[in-house]
Design a protein around this ligand. Structure first.
Ligand code: ARG
Length: 461
């Protein structure tokens, strides 16, 4: 194990099993850039508070900036023997600038560093998901919907034929879900507080003002609308709500993607045959030569379990923890990083998959011939002719049942037969109403024709 940030109080070496069990570098190396930023800000504050001299400040600042550059150029080698990323960067700085590096940790704690790093990671990732991943996906959904704007399909409830709907509206329903997802994610950022200055839990003797000034000066990136000044250091160190909120928003988003995946899986079955998924997004069978399986979509559906599990694991880990920091909290990052990665991958894959979907209009149109799809329109027609709706419902229900029992299409029934159900029903009326175009055009409750589903947020640089 490399040099620890503690040790003075100990007379024995840590058991190697414990070192292995307690370290987190394998996971938290992803926080490196944010940890360096935290240190750059802290260095500036130490200088302002006169806890380090101007030359010392310059050495530390330059050393950290060099590490930052190395990381940017991919030249940063993580030391897998470090306890965590905070330790690794501290040790790297010491190797670079010598003993002055030992002053960097003045008046700060890893407890605040880890909160800062994770929050800043969240801001970057969540902004990227909203602006890029969801943004591109919604754009593709809109394109897909508009390309097929004239297609009418059967709408389903309980997976049974319900009423005809526009394919476009069906697909755009997903864009609205994603708009809500974007808003939920954005909202989770608005409660972020700025943890530097919290110390281990009790705060530091340096003024909060210094932290804010330094943050603004050095990292304009942190002068971000989402970050609020620290008010209660104890809460700041104890709080992982932001992770739970983000994991929750990502779990809901994943649920939406899994429903879309499921729709596409069903539509691509031989039984439906509404769509064909591009070969590049399917896989085959080792035994059955004819198979083309929608594995990509199945995995999108399957990963939802992981997204829920990640949320539940942090919720359970936090339950009943006494304030403030407890080592249990180290286990928050794996689920967070996992959910972020799953969602980014899924959105990217689905964006491309949708672009390659082929629609089989003939199969969709064939389903529209099924007469029960128009039963509700016929009941509405009777209601418009002053037949009480419950009565109309019963009349049409009976008509559908007879048609099924007699194995006769309603369209083929004679006027005399139809009149027995209601004097308002005849062959002409049936012909008019049993028409997908008439059916969808008769629905006026769509208030918005032009979508504005894309949400953007101010991105940190
Ligand atoms: N690796 C730790 C974590 O991720 C960092 C904080 C360590 N703090 C401590 N007091 N041991 O939570």
């Amino acid at each position: 194990m490399s040099k620890k940030l503690w040790g003075g109080r100990f007379s024995k070496k840590t058991n190697p099993l414990v070192e292995d069990f307690t370290k987190s570098i394998d996971v938290d190396y992803l926080l490196a850039r944010h940890d360096i930023m935290a240190s750059l800000i802290h260095t500036k504050i130490l200088a302002k508070a006169k806890l380090i001299s101007e030359p010392e400040f310059k050495i530390l600042y330059k050393g950290l900036s060099d590490i930052q550059n190395e990381l940017g150029k991919g030249k940063f080698k993580f030391d897998k023997n470090s306890e965590d990323i905070h330790t690794d960067i501290q040790n790297k700085l010491e190797r670079k600038v010598g003993p002055v590096a030992l002053k960097l940790h003045t008046a700060r704690s890893r407890n605040e560093q880890v909160v800062f790093d994770t929050k800043r990671y969240c801001v970057f990732e969540v902004c990227n998901i909203i602006n890029k991943s969801i943004g591109d996906f919604i754009k593709q959904i809109e394109k897909f919907a508009n390309t097929h704007k004239n297609i009418i399909m059967p709408g389903y409830t309980h997976m049974q034929h319900a009423q005809p709907v526009k394919f476009k509206d069906y697909i755009l329903a997903y864009a609205y879900m994603l708009k809500r997802d974007s808003k939920r994610l954005e909202d989770s950022l608005h409660r972020l507080t700025y943890p530097l200055g919290s110390g281990a839990l009790a705060g530091t003797s340096m003024e909060a003002k210094l932290y804010n000034e330094a943050a603004k000066e050095i990292a304009e990136k942190m002068d971000h609308p989402f970050f609020k000044v620290v008010e209660n250091t104890i809460d700041n160190i104890s709080d992982r709500d932001f992770i739970i909120e983000i994991l929750s928003a990502l779990a809901i988003l994943g649920m939406h993607l899994s429903r879309m995946a499921e729709d596409f899986i069903i539509w691509s079955t031989q039984e439906f045959g509404f769509i064909e998924i591009d070969d590049a997004f399917c896989t085959g069978s080792s035994l059955m030569p004819q198979k083309k399986n929608p594995d990509t979509l199945e995995l999108i559906r399957g990963h939802t379990g992981e997204l829920y599990g990640n949320l539940v694991s942090v919720l359970v880990m936090m339950k009943g923890l006494p304030l403030t920091y407890n080592r249990d909290m180290q286990l928050d990052k794996k689920p967070l990083f996992s959910s972020i990665k799953i969602i980014k991958d899924e959105l990217e894959i689905l964006t491309r998959l949708i672009a390659g979907i082929k629609i089989n209009k003939v199969n969709i149109k064939r389903q529209l011939e099924e007469e029960s799809l128009y039963a509700t329109d016929l009941a509405f027609y009777l209601a418009k002719n002053k037949v009480p709706f419950r009565k109309a419902h019963e009349i049409i229900g009976k008509l559908i049942k007879d048609s099924l029992d007699l194995n006769r299409r309603i369209k083929d029934m004679k006027d005399e037969e139809l009149k027995k159900y209601s004097p308002f029903i005849n062959g002409k009326v049936i012909k008019n109403i049993f028409n997908p175009i008439t059916s969808v055009n008769s629905k006026k409750s769509f208030s918005k024709k032009n979508l504005s589903c894309r949400v953007t947020v101010v991105e940190p640089r």
